[in-house]
Write a protein that binds this ligand. Structure first.
Ligand code: ATP
Length: 454
């Protein structure tokens, strides 16, 4: 069960915290901002980098059947013809005929208004008939804006993987089941972006295509559902805020024979965090047909050949970061004052330890600086000597720093420091020389969200 404090989190509070502490800013803010596009500041970059590093770790470092790829964002336009995106990557668009003239996604409105004729949620006006709107951004390559120079910004990273299947197979010495993983920007001209970084037109995806013998596809689909759920919970997301939702037949994408979404209970309600699809042999077959290349696996021992089927866990780095922040956000009363704290898993926290001299005299800053220089060799650390100690702790709590080290007059006498825990607020006095090893021990220890009741 979530605590009462956990339920106090709202999207507005997350947006305000992100701005206040330099995680995320509105893009082009001094020009009035560009709708639904965001810039990541220092702590936002560090947090999102940690999310992506943990994803890479689980895909590459902890196993030996997946290899990495970084394909270009711009691809040959025929890729999108073969993949079905030119014809099929559309959302049903309706426009208000009443006063507000706003545009909506018909499928989203239908979820909110399951019965009867749809009406505009803004002004109650009548709506147009739905028309299919293609979500791909179009641009031109080279100096001439003519039809033959049209290219698209990729709407998913997956196609870069499929068109490199043959290259990877040749050089990686892998055979199915094996995977190709990629992290990178994707672009979708969403009809209704919104809810902060939940749905934007430019975002980062973390996708892995797992190629398997056709008769094993069902097994591997189940396997990756479990594996991806485990990833989120191992990084601290509360199990009671996560669920799996299989897609109904009429919801499936043009390429998919089965998809389940991992959903998270965001402040906007249960929403998709990641989709895990069984894509069958759709993509390799389409690209083989369209390019004339053979995209299949040939078993050198038996001479048997087949087109592998594909299981795809497709996650969003920004959306995952938002879920981790929402899950971590907490408020509590400490000694009569409100404390806002991000209870992030230590592995995700942008800064692991802050070193704070209690006063800016008596040689304390020098000793604190010395401790900091040593600690930052081991983990991301921050040194902060400015302002009252309470203010400095508030800042570290809000960026989710799990540990704080204070240097005081006693440190100068016996070389001990105070080590403060972000979640329990317990303070331990420990020798300076043991600090690095103690923090490494704590960082490696299992961690569970304190927002989950015992
Ligand atoms: P939706 O139905 O919400 O439009 P989708 O099912 O089309 O999303 P996928 O194509 O499965 O999404 O993309 C995989 C993942 O990429 C999503 O689960 C999400 O985390 C992320 N993602 C997709 N679109 C966006 C977006 N516009 N902004 C941020 N993240 C996105």
């Amino acid at each position: 069960m979530a605590t009462e404090a956990a339920d106090r989190v709202t999207m507005d509070k997350i947006v305000a915290l992100c701005k206040r502490r330099g995680f995320i800013f509105q893009s082009s803010e001094i020009y009035g901002g560009l709708a639904s596009t965001y810039d990541y500041g220092h702590y936002g970059v560090l947090l999102k980098t940690n999310v992506k590093s943990q994803w890479w770790r689980s895909m590459i470092q902890e196993r030996d059947d997946i290899v990495a790829l970084d394909a270009a964002i711009l691809m040959h336009p025929r890729v999108w013809e073969a993949s079905g995106h030119l014809d099929g990557f559309t959302d049903p668009l309706v426009q208000c005929l009443g006063e507000c003239k706003r545009r909506w996604r018909e499928d989203h409105l239908r979820e909110q208004q399951p019965e009867g004729e749809l009406r505009c949620p803004e002004c109650g006006g009548e709506l147009t008939e739905p028309r299919q709107f293609n979500l791909m951004f179009k641009t031109h390559m080279g100096p001439v804006e003519e039809e033959s120079a049209v290219v698209y910004l990729r709407p998913e990273t997956a196609q870069g993987i499929f068109v490199n299947f043959k290259n990877v197979l040749q050089f990686s010495r892998k055979k199915p089941p094996f995977g190709i993983a990629q992290v990178g920007k994707s672009f979708r001209n969403e009809i209704t972006p919104g809810n902060f970084i939940f749905r934007t037109r430019e975002f980062e995806q973390m996708e892995m295509e797992f190629f398997v013998p056709p008769d094993q596809a069902g097994h591997w689909h189940e396997y990756w559902l479990d594996e991806r759920m485990r990833w989120y919970t191992s990084l601290g997301l509360r199990t009671d805020h996560l669920r799996l939702r299989p897609h109904a037949a009429d919801e499936l994408s043009h390429y998919s024979s089965a998809t389940s979404d991992i959903e998270y209970l965001f402040p906007i309600g249960w929403s998709e965090l990641e989709g895990i699809a069984n894509r069958g042999d759709f993509d390799l077959t389409q690209h083989a047909r369209s390019s004339g290349e053979k995209l299949e696996y040939v078993d050198s021992a038996t001479g048997g050949r087949y087109v592998p089927h594909v299981i795809e866990p497709a996650a969003g780095a920004d959306r995952a970061m938002l879920a981790f922040m929402v899950d971590a956000y907490d408020e509590e009363q400490v000694e009569g004052r409100e404390r806002v704290v991000l209870r992030l898993h230590p592995k995700l926290a942008p800064v692991k330890v802050a070193v704070l001299p209690l006063v800016s005299k008596d040689g304390q800053p020098e000793v604190a600086r010395e401790i900091y220089e040593e600690l930052r060799e081991r983990m991301p650390a921050e040194y902060d000597a400015g302002g009252s100690i309470g203010k400095r702790y508030r800042r570290q709590d809000e960026i989710g720093t799990p540990w704080g080290v204070t240097v005081d007059h006693q440190t100068l006498e016996d070389r001990t420091v105070t080590l403060r825990d972000r979640d329990s607020l317990e303070q331990d006095r420990i020798p300076m020389d043991e600090l690095g090893a103690e923090l490494e021990r704590r960082l490696a220890a299992p961690w569970r969200s304190p927002k989950l009741s015992a």
